[in-house]
Design a protein. Structure first.
Length: 403
């Protein structure tokens, strides 16, 4: 990292995802977690890390709501990325946005940039950053799909990224074992240090959640996430159709979240007259989400193989809420399957498989109770600040300074 004047504090920049980081910062300043999330946000952990390290912080998100704020220690900005009209425009955007973020970091005197995988192409960082600015990639989605062959463009991007992870990065933060393995494969085992972290949750958030009653008249299946095709929302619509066709009136599917498919999904539900079987609640703040969890019996995470899922927090949040989770190998990795027996794994993109798992949970109370009792076991790491993103970032910074 840059050599600094003895009176000049370390400055760390963080290029976050698309969340409203300015709004999160306003809560953090008051000592509060963002009420829109069950987990502790990565941006709040970044602010905590800067405070612990005595560092200045620069935080930038691609939130569409442009906004900025500055305090004595922090500069925080929502810097919209905009839309890309075609694949070529998308890749240009990925590069140009990295340039904007690096420029902002340079203007603020950043010594290190923590760059999330949603920011843009990592290989563009050395094009625009001074040699003295360190890079820490933070990875939350797989670098490529585990279920589909790489396209020619993906192969080119992987080849260009290889040097970043093998030589340019100070270290890398990775949320799952699958990401750790992909970095090893990409670099031929010559990667810079990789630090695995767990998403952090507060136990108090889950004390509000009651145990489900499987004997209720309705069996409520809950989806929490973005309403997008690749997140499997139309698979849930198809499940609702099949339940109607089979005359099963007990199971109701509830969707909490928003996304580009929300309007089309609502229209399809109305057109097919499935309002009593599939309920689209839209965006839910934390109190509303807790109420939906309390009313639910199980959670479903049907992400399709078209999406490069590295870690899906809805799986963990369902388990921490004491609900069995129905999902596929797109969203789970061996470690998670080992520590929690509350996960029901079906083949990816298999609507019939999701439906069969749901029907069994709803109809076999003994099976349901076994799965429900097993759901919260072995998840202590998600409450442990010592294995959190903040802790791993602090370790990387201290190792670099002692270097």
């Amino acid at each position: 990292m840059n050599e600094r004047n003895g009176n000049q504090p370390l400055c760390i920049a963080y290029a976050a995802g698309p969340g409203d980081i300015v709004n999160t910062f306003s809560f953090w300043k008051q000592g509060l977690d963002d009420p829109n999330q069950l987990s502790v946000t990565y941006s709040a952990l970044f602010f905590d890390a800067c405070r612990s390290l005595g560092a200045r912080g620069v935080a930038i998100s691609s939130c569409p709501r442009a906004d900025r704020t500055r305090t004595e220690r922090f500069y925080v900005e929502n810097l919209p990325k905009g839309e890309a009209s075609n694949p070529l425009a998308f890749h240009y955007q990925q590069i140009s946005y990295v340039r904007q973020v690096v420029r902002k970091a340079m203007e603020e005197g950043a010594d290190l940039l923590v760059m999330s995988d949603s920011t843009g192409h990592f290989f563009a960082f050395p094009w625009f950053a001074p040699r003295g600015m360190a890079l820490v990639p933070t990875l939350h989605c797989n670098l490529w799909s585990r279920f589909r062959q790489l396209s020619p463009m993906q192969r080119i991007i992987r080849r260009l990224n290889r040097a970043v992870f093998a030589r340019r990065a100070e270290a890398t933060l990775a949320v799952s074992p699958s990401l750790v393995e992909q970095i090893r494969v990409m670099t031929g085992g010559r990667q810079r240090p990789v630090h695995r972290f767990h998403q952090l949750y507060r136990p108090a958030h889950f004390r509000q959640i009651s145990r489900p009653d499987p004997a209720q008249e309705r069996f409520n299946l809950l989806f929490v996430g973005r309403l997008e095709t690749e997140k499997g929302v139309y698979d849930l619509l198809r499940m609702a159709e099949l339940l109607r066709d089979r005359g099963d009136e007990r199971i109701v599917i509830h969707l909490c979240g928003t996304g580009s498919e929300e309007r089309a999904l609502r229209d399809a539900v109305a057109e097919k007259r499935l309002e009593n079987r599939l309920v689209v609640h839209g965006f839910c703040r934390q109190p509303e989400l807790v109420a939906q969890i309390n009313a639910s019996h199980a959670c479903i995470v049907p992400t399709r193989t078209s999406f490069e899922e590295g870690y899906n927090k809805a799986v963990v949040e369902g388990l921490l809420s004491g609900r069995p989770v129905i999902t596929s190998t797109v969203c789970v990795y061996p470690e998670l399957e080992t520590i929690s027996e509350g996960i029901i794994v079906v083949p990816p993109d298999d609507v019939e498989g999701y439906l069969s798992a749901t029907v069994r949970l709803a109809s076999d109370i003994g099976y349901y109770q076994r799965m429900q009792s097993a759901s919260m076991a072995g998840l202590e790491a998600f409450y442990d600040e010592g294995s959190s993103w903040k802790a791993m970032l602090g370790r990387i910074v201290k190792e670099a300074e002692n270097g």
